[in-house]
Write a protein that binds this ligand. Structure first.
Ligand SMILES: Nc1ncnc2c1ncn2[C@@H]1O[C@H](COP(=O)(O)OP(=O)(O)OP(=O)(O)O)[C@@H](O)[C@H]1O
Length: 923
């Protein structure tokens, strides 16, 4: 989070001492600067001076540090040098980009009158200047400043304090580059997960909220937070401000908002208005998001699962990167949005899946549509730029090409047999934009278009007779200049005589120095009027040249004026149908996502998941989407594994005394050696659930998933020193969140909790956490651990099952098979993995001898003895004795009971015998 300190502004009635008076005198320009700066505290002021934006005082210091540009001085203020630095206007976007990325906000101040006009008012007059725009991270529209594949959200957060406890928050987020506008209301407990999902580039809050201690931590997670005065968040005027923005008498027809949502929405539009200084970017009416409509995923889980970024902050290696086969930036943005907010409504998910299925089945349609979309422009961002006056001729062409592409897509889609509702809706959206508009744009715009409209040259010959006439005149006059040059060369007998043009002299005659005198002497000096002598050349003008110059300038100005008029006219026509154009753009994005997910499903061999209202979680031959792709690149296979956390249908397992609640999902305890693939297995199941609920096919041969409403993960461990938390503290904070919040519909994955502390503390915490998850949270859970002692709990907890990842030992080395099977691991093979990692042989030998001594003391027995004694392991809802760990004899009995000799191969029977023997207490 970045904020700036205001620069020192002199007190208005500062009366300087006589001797200091001269030094303290403020120049008129500095006076103007300070006045503008005072009105834009907290922003860097880009103050236009000729071809540069200059920054002064602390702004200059910040900019020179951030941009690595030279810090100079200009004059004095109150006796001290004024630090200054500048950026050239034509490269301003590049510098803006870097400042915004560093979290700064910038006020762009332009000269609003011609310097000549200022001069006319008097010699000391300063050119009038005004701020034309505030550039802030959340309100960008320029392509160069935006990431094409990500949304750029501005988020307003409004809080309602509740005396009954439990604050509520209204959230409104806008992407002005695409006109999206969404609102929702959440509780304090849901705030962090919702902010992580929206992932805004800038948030606005009241001053009070900004300095609120409780919220400080949550806000600091955001890239930029801007505090604003209370009036922006005034609930009483919210409705009116929204109505003003949308130019309606009442908001009822556009959206039904709660007061808190309206407050946040009004704050957001007020800020947009302020930053665009009078321009009014069109926004879609606020779409209200129902609470619980999306899977809640807290920030830690998002980070741990590496959904859109890896833990190292890269897009490459994230789930999004692995599944993103989109061909347009709008499609890529939509996919990222969906991944951030998986749905919880089974029918809505099924509709998305229908849209994907059709293109899985029809490869020809899929590829044809993808190739049309590949060439289609980003219409929504073109439209947004046009609406705030920052568009260029290529944006108009973007609208034209978008409509043409819509026609091509429609033609191709009409061949698809029985399009499902989602695709039918896309087709309806693509019909909307006016075809006449595309035809008109096609006849108006040239083939090759400049980026900016300023210099003209984008209207097609033949589109407007008046323009053609002005251009002809301009061009004909240029021809006249060419013939004049020939004539002058003849008349003066100076072959090398040239007529040239520059911005200072306009058109002029140029000869080399040796011919200069000739033209300055009679009779030629009657025609040639000397203007300038340079080292090698002498320059002249003539009366005739002056006349022709005026003609060319007039015709050129007229042509340019006409072109700009045409631009505005076309722009107005596009904006008049902006709703239709945005609907079509959204249609493209939807189609891109559907066809790209279909391509992914086909290329990667994914299956359509069955998503329903049950509590099932049954995955057959599941794979990790990211690890599988990485292994594939190296030509290695990924070993698929099943996972079933579905409620166990009675009568299995054998009913427990007093235990009538077998309806909830299972808890799998996964043990296995290091490097066996436990984390991969845990994550892959979470990712499969997530992919299913965004409406994607999944890496498995079959998947049945009962809607997951919250996803929790505690995997990996990292210090959070910035927040002053150790690895273990981070682990416990995240575990606490899970134990406090997970419900029956949640999916929880926990990897090695307790490992960050002393063995017995860790084991105890893990033990108690499993009991709590099983008895109180009753959620579908995957729990990986190296504490093999925990497997004993399976005998007591009816919905807990042990699973292990198989390895083979071969010639003293460990071979990873990555197969997940029922059962438990007998050891961790940590030393073998350490050997693989290249620890010195002496260390390995020593570790082995220490291990065998420790094993002789049997840590498990000690633990169990401790466990028997401790009331800690009693679950509140059950009798303490029920949760007590079983004795060795009980363990053996359980293991024998679990054997089904008739279903075993001789090999499996032999393995089972060895496993039983391993369970015998060590002498
Ligand atoms: N199913 C699989 N098929 C193929 N390779 C796999 C599979 N699962 C894991 N791997 C490979 O094994 C490596 C280690 O996996 P993972 O990190 O999941 O192990 P782990 O059991 O969690 O280890 P540790 O206990 O040391 O954290 C992965 O980087 C991956 O390359």
């Amino acid at each position: 989070m970045t904020m700036q300190q205001p620069i020192p502004v002199p007190p208005p009635d500062d009366t300087p001492a006589p001797q200091a008076e001269a030094a303290a005198r403020v120049t008129p320009m500095m006076e103007q600067y300070l006045e503008i700066k005072a009105a834009h505290q907290g922003l860097l002021l880009f103050y236009r001076m000729g071809d540069f934006y200059e920054l002064f005082f602390e702004d200059a210091e910040i900019a020179s540090r951030t941009l690595g540009i030279v810090l100079t001085k200009r004059g004095k203020h109150q006796g001290a040098d004024i630090p200054m630095c500048g950026v050239p206007v034509e490269r301003a976007e590049d510098y803006l980009h870097r400042l915004i990325s560093a979290g700064h906000r910038v006020a762009v101040c332009e000269q609003t009158e011609d310097p000549a006009a200022a001069k006319a008012r008097g010699n000391k007059s300063v050119v009038r200047r005004g701020v034309v725009r505030l550039v802030t991270p959340g309100t960008l529209t320029e392509d160069t400043l935006l990431d094409a594949r990500a949304n750029n959200y501005l988020l307003a957060i409004a809080r309602a304090r509740s005396s009954a406890g439990g604050d509520r928050f209204g959230l409104a987020w806008i992407d002005i580059s695409t006109a999206e506008f969404t609102v929702t209301e959440v509780s304090g407990g849901e705030l962090a997960a919702t902010l992580a999902r929206i992932n805004p580039n800038e948030a606005i809050v009241t001053d009070a909220l900004y300095s609120d201690n409780e919220l400080g931590q949550t806000l600091r997670e955001l890239p930029a937070v801007t505090p604003l005065t209370r009036d922006v968040f005034d609930g009483a005027t919210a409705e009116k401000r929204l109505c003003d923005y949308f130019a309606v008498a009442t908001m009822d027809g556009l959206a039904q908002l709660t007061r808190l949502e309206a407050t946040a929405a009004a704050a957001a539009v007020t800020y947009v208005d302020r930053t665009q200084v009078g321009k009014h970017p069109p926004l879609s009416p606020p779409a209200r998001e129902a609470s619980g409509a999306t899977m809640a995923i807290d920030p830690a889980t998002r980070a741990n699962l590496e959904l859109t970024r890896t833990l190292a902050g890269e897009r490459r290696g994230s789930l999004l990167d692995a599944i993103d086969c989109t061909v347009t930036s709008a499609g890529s943005r939509l996919l990222a949005q969906r991944l951030a907010a998986p749905l919880t409504d089974a029918p809505a998910i099924a509709r998305r899946l229908d849209g994907v299925s059709i293109f899985v089945a029809d490869s020809a349609a899929r590829e044809d549509i993808r190739s049309i979309l590949r060439g289609a422009p980003d219409m929504s961002r073109a439209l947004a730029r046009l609406s705030v006056g920052r568009g260029g001729p290529r944006d108009l062409a973007g609208i034209r090409d978008g409509i043409i592409a819509a026609d091509q897509v429609l033609t191709r889609l009409s061949e698809v047999d029985q399009p499902p509702p989602e695709i039918a809706a896309v087709m309806a959206a693509l019909q909307r934009p006016s075809r006449e508009l595309a035809a008109e744009f096609a006849s108006a715009l040239d083939e090759q278009l400049p980026l900016i409209k300023r210099d003209g040259g984008f209207v097609r010959q033949g589109y407007e007779p008046a323009l053609d006439e002005a251009r002809n005149l301009r061009d004909a006059s240029r021809l006249v200049v060419a013939s004049m040059q020939a004539r002058y060369a003849d008349a003066t007998s100076v072959k090398g005589l040239k007529i040239r043009h520059n911005n200072v002299l306009g058109y002029f005659v140029e000869v080399t120095a040796q011919h200069g005198d000739k033209l300055m002497s009679p009779p030629l000096n009657a025609t040639f009027i000397h203007r300038q002598t340079l080292a090698g050349q002498v320059r002249f003008t003539t009366a005739e040249l002056g006349e022709i110059e005026a003609k060319i300038a007039n015709a050129g100005d007229r042509a340019l004026g006409l072109e700009l008029e045409i631009f505005e006219r076309l722009c107005g026509k596009a904006l008049a149908i902006s709703d239709d154009l945005r609907a079509a753009a959204q249609g493209f994005a939807l189609l891109d996502v559907a066809t790209s997910l279909a391509k992914l499903a086909v290329d990667e061999n994914y299956v359509r998941p069955e998503v329903d209202g049950s509590l099932s979680f049954a995955i057959e031959a599941g794979r990790h989407p990211v690890v599988e792709q990485a292994l594939k690149r190296n030509g290695e296979p990924f070993i698929a594994n099943a996972c079933d956390l579905s409620p166990v249908p009675p009568p299995y397992p054998p009913p427990q005394a007093g235990e009538g609640r077998v309806g909830a999902g299972q808890l799998w305890l996964l043990t296995g050696p290091n490097m066996a693939g436990k984390s991969t297995f845990l994550r892959q199941n979470a990712l499969i659930a997530l992919m299913a609920q965004i409406g994607s096919f999944v890496p498995a041969t079959r998947a049945r998933i009962g809607i997951v409403d919250r996803l929790f993960s505690r995997v990996g461990a990292a210090d959070d020193l910035a927040r002053g938390r150790s690895t273990f503290m981070v682990e416990m904070v995240e575990t606490a969140a899970i134990l406090n919040q997970a419900g029956e519909r949640s999916l929880v994955i926990l990897d090695e909790i307790g490992r960050g502390t002393a063995t017995f503390d860790g084991l105890s915490i893990a033990w108690a956490a499993i009991e709590h998850l099983h008895e109180n949270n009753r959620c579908r859970t995957l729990f990986a651990t190296h504490y093999h002692e925990l497997t004993a709990l399976a005998a007591k907890l009816p919905r807990m099952f042990n699973a292990t990842v198989r390895v083979k030992e071969w010639q003293g080395n460990v071979v990873f098979l990555h197969e997940v099977l029922p059962g438990s691991a007998d050891r961790s093979y940590g030393i073998q993995v350490a050997k693989l990692a290249g620890l010195p042989p002496a260390v390995i030998t020593r570790a082995k001898s220490v291990l065998s001594k420790l094993e002789a003391q049997d840590r498990g027995q000690t633990a169990r003895a401790l466990v028997d004694d401790l009331p800690l392991f009693a679950v509140p809802s059950r009798a303490a004795t029920e949760a007590a760990p079983p004795s060795d004899a009980e363990l053996l009995m359980e293991a024998v009971k679990a054997l089904h000799p008739d279903e075993m191969s001789p090999r499996e029977a032999l393995d089972a015998l060895y496993a039983l023997k391993a369970k015998l207490p060590k002498p």
